[in-house]
Design a protein around this ligand. Structure first.
Ligand code: NAP
Length: 288
């Protein structure tokens, strides 16, 4: 079998043009410029790369990106004060705190402080809780939301299917598992302490991998015909690598998201979708 590649780049382009239209109609009707603030502490290369990607995504929908760059040595108090200011700023509709943060910064405190109404990355406990309890409205973390959209566009059947998610982070693995559960999959969450991981993975009709270990999953871990979603993004000798060994996995899977060009491009467009929700809510009821 040779897997059908689920190309996020194509799907994200189409979504971006739909979003751009919605942003421009709302901006024309309200004269309010949609604005996303991105708070970066220090100059970590991955955070700076993410900022560049967010800038491109904002340009694609004509939203304004307001970068707030604080020096590496900023104290927790200074970072919290900057975040509190963005929470209060009526011209800012969405806020992202870029990771990784310096070691002395406690990201949990920042997530808790973030205004839930501006939390376009879905990291505030209220939004995470609403997702777990399946209540609207909430912001779903952009990466798993993008993966689900990609699977839906490819007509993947969820109901009753066995899904295995490897990775349990708050931003990828856990919300992905919840989104699959809400679509009536039977879900297993695996992690670094899971015993006999290849055998667990082989049970999956839908296998999602969010670990950050290049080529960890090989074709032997994959049930023939399964849908495989690779979230991994690790640079190896300057090249972007996923968590799956592409060649052997694509030979066994039925559908497969490649790296690069699979889940990655979907993330930023879903972030823009979350920004549109925040912006729309703001212009229809400012201050809520
Ligand atoms: P993370 O917070 O580091 O979580 C990694 C998860 O993998 C943890 O739950 C960890 O288990 C598990 N793990 C580590 N080693 C393992 C092993 N040997 N076997 C099984 N599980 C193992 O990472 P993340 O933020 O979720 O990101 C995961 C990957 O997705 C990274 O490559 C990241 O760059 C990428 N990512 C991609 C996008 C995108 O747009 N495509 C967005 C965000 C992240 P424990 O919990 O037991 O430690």
């Amino acid at each position: 079998m040779t897997a059908i590649l689920l190309k996020g780049r194509e799907t994200s382009r189409q979504l971006q043009s739909e979003l751009a239209k919605s942003f421009s109609e709302l901006a024309a009707a309200t004269s309010v410029q949609p604005t996303l603030a991105a708070l970066q502490v220090g100059a970590d290369a991955a955070a700076s790369g993410y900022l560049r990607a967010i800038r491109r995504a904002c340009q694609g929908v004509e939203a304004t990106l307001r970068p707030v760059e604080l020096p590496e040595e900023s104290s927790q108090g200074v970072v919290k004060a900057a975040l509190a200011e963005l929470n209060e700023d009526g011209s800012v509709h969405g806020i992202m705190v870029l990771e990784p943060l310096p070691d002395h910064i406690d990201s949990t405190q920042l997530n808790d402080l973030l205004s839930p109404a501006k939390d376009v990355d879905g990291v505030h406990p209220l939004n995470a809780g609403r997702l777990a309890a399946q209540r609207e409205p909430h912001f779903v973390p952009a990466t798993p939301a993008g993966a689900i959209k990609l699977l839906e566009e490819a007509n993947v059947d969820f109901k009753g299917k066995r899904a295995v998610v490897i990775g349990r982070s708050d931003i990828v693995g856990k919300p992905m598992a919840l989104l699959l559960l809400h679509r009536h999959c039977t879900v297993t969450i695996a992690h670094s302490r899971t015993e006999n991981l290849p055998a667990v993975a082989r049970q999956a009709d839908i296998l999602c991998v969010a670990v950050g270990r290049p080529a960890m999953v090989t074709g032997e871990w994959v049930k023939p015909g399964a849908v495989v979603v690779d979230f991994g993004t690790t640079y190896v000798d300057g090249a972007l690598k996923g968590d799956c060994d592409q060649k052997s996995v694509a030979a066994v899977a039925g559908k497969f998201t490649p790296v690069p060009g699979g889940t990655g491009p979907m993330t930023n467009v879903m972030l823009m979708r979350n920004l549109l929700s925040a912006y729309r809510r703001f212009v229809s009821a400012p201050g809520t």
